[in-house]
Design a protein around this ligand. Structure first.
Ligand code: F6P
Length: 362
């Protein structure tokens, strides 16, 4: 193995730089292999100045840094790219251009550090003959084949701290505090942070809720003499009789952006409970800043394991955490079924045992 390329794609997640550092150190120190950084996701393969050498010097000091030193893009699908041609918007396929650019770089393998979107594109390139290895990144924790994606733990910790802070102000003002969290179609961030932070209600996409069940829970607390409540809402949560709430519409190329359900929940609860209600949308704070120890530990292992996979020519595979071990799994198998909160899991049961309401009858 003489040369590898590595890119970071999709929304950023804490720990991207830790993966880059571990991959570079392993490639250089163990295999004497050169590693090229691809800037701004797949775009870097075909954009001027898009390829940069990544050596030990470039990755020094980046372990605790949020973001990605390579830059990223979550609107950069080379198989379906929107461009303006003759004053009109067109969708073009530049994947062949990317494949020939990769061939020219004479790399033995391409490590793609990304979420389900970037990894699906990696799988498509693999089917076109590009030797790829995947590293599962996303704060949402919604990728199959692995118990945990990196970035998730940091996001949960940030959300938990927000809940802790909301508790003290909620209690002082006797208010209902609604916290909207990210997670897309998966409720992992809300569930883990909600349990860790001691929320009273957790609304997740996997369990459509009824307004009545939430109101009953809050008023039950009032009857017992507790005049504040913490309601954690995943951005993909929805009432049984309603749809998802978007802050930006999507189209056939770009995914829509979720957001706004927290405000709806707060407005409805203020009217239906008669209690003063406030909403906080944590947003991109969940993705920014330094990774936790767990994420640095996981990213270091993922980065090193990805290079070992490339050295063994195990392409079309993704590194994964299964139990306590970092292993590898087929990229395609990992992507077939997106991971969602298992309603039979002990985590969901634990929440119910602790008296947390999911806004359902359970
Ligand atoms: O997938 C990660 C994620 O943070 C989701 O939780 C969220 O819905 C989305 O990305 C936000 O994307 P953007 O940064 O493009 O607004």
């Amino acid at each position: 193995m003489k040369r590898l390329a590595i890119l970071t794609g999709g929304g950023d997640a804490p720990g991207l730089n830790a993966v880059l550092r571990a991959a570079v150190k392993t490639a250089v120190q163990v295999y004497g292999c050169e590693i090229l950084g691809v800037r701004n996701g797949y775009d870097g393969f075909i954009e001027p100045g898009g390829i940069v050498p990544l050596g030990l010097k470039e990755v020094r000091g980046i372990l605790p840094r949020g973001g990605t030193i390579l830059g990223t893009a979550n609107r950069g699908n080379p198989f379906a790219r929107k461009v303006e041609q003759d004053g009109e918007e067109q969708v073009i396929d530049v994947s062949d251009q990317v494949v020939s650019a990769i061939k020219k770089l004479k790399v033995d393998g391409v490590i793609v550090v990304g979420g389900d979107g970037s990894l699906r594109i990696a799988q498509e390139f693999y089917e076109k003959g590009v030797p790829v290895v995947g590293v599962p990144k996303t704060i949402d924790n919604d990728i199959g084949g692995t118990d945990v994606t990196f970035g998730f733990d940091t996001a949960v910790n940030i959300a938990m701290e927000a809940i802790d802070r909301l508790h003290t102000t909620a209690e002082s003002h006797h208010r209902v505090m609604v916290l909207e969290l990210m997670g897309w179609d998966a409720g992992f961030i809300a569930l883990h942070a909600g349990i860790s932070g001691g929320a009273d209600v957790i609304l997740i996409p996997e369990i459509p809720f009824t307004w009545q069940a939430i109101v009953d829970k809050i008023l039950d607390r009032v009857r017992r003499g507790t005049y504040f409540s913490i309601v954690v809402v995943s951005e993909g949560a929805r009432p049984r009789d309603g749809g998802l709430v978007y802050r930006q519409a999507g189209d056939e190329i770009y995914a829509p952006r979720l957001g706004g359900i927290g405000q709806q929940v707060a407005d409805t609860l203020q009217i239906d409970t008669g209690l003063e209600t406030r909403v906080t949308v944590l947003g991109h704070l969940q993705r920014g800043g330094s990774p936790t120890a767990f994420d640095r530990w996981l990213c270091s292992r993922y980065g090193a394991a990805a290079v070992r996979l490339a050295a063994e020519e195990k392409y079309g595979r993704m590194v994964a955490l299964q139990g306590t071990e970092v292993v590898d799994t087929g990229l395609q198998e990992a992507l077939v079924v997106p991971k969602r909160v298992n309603l039979e899991s002990d985590a969901v049961q634990t929440a119910r045992d602790l008296g947390i309401s999911f806004g359902d009858a359970g």
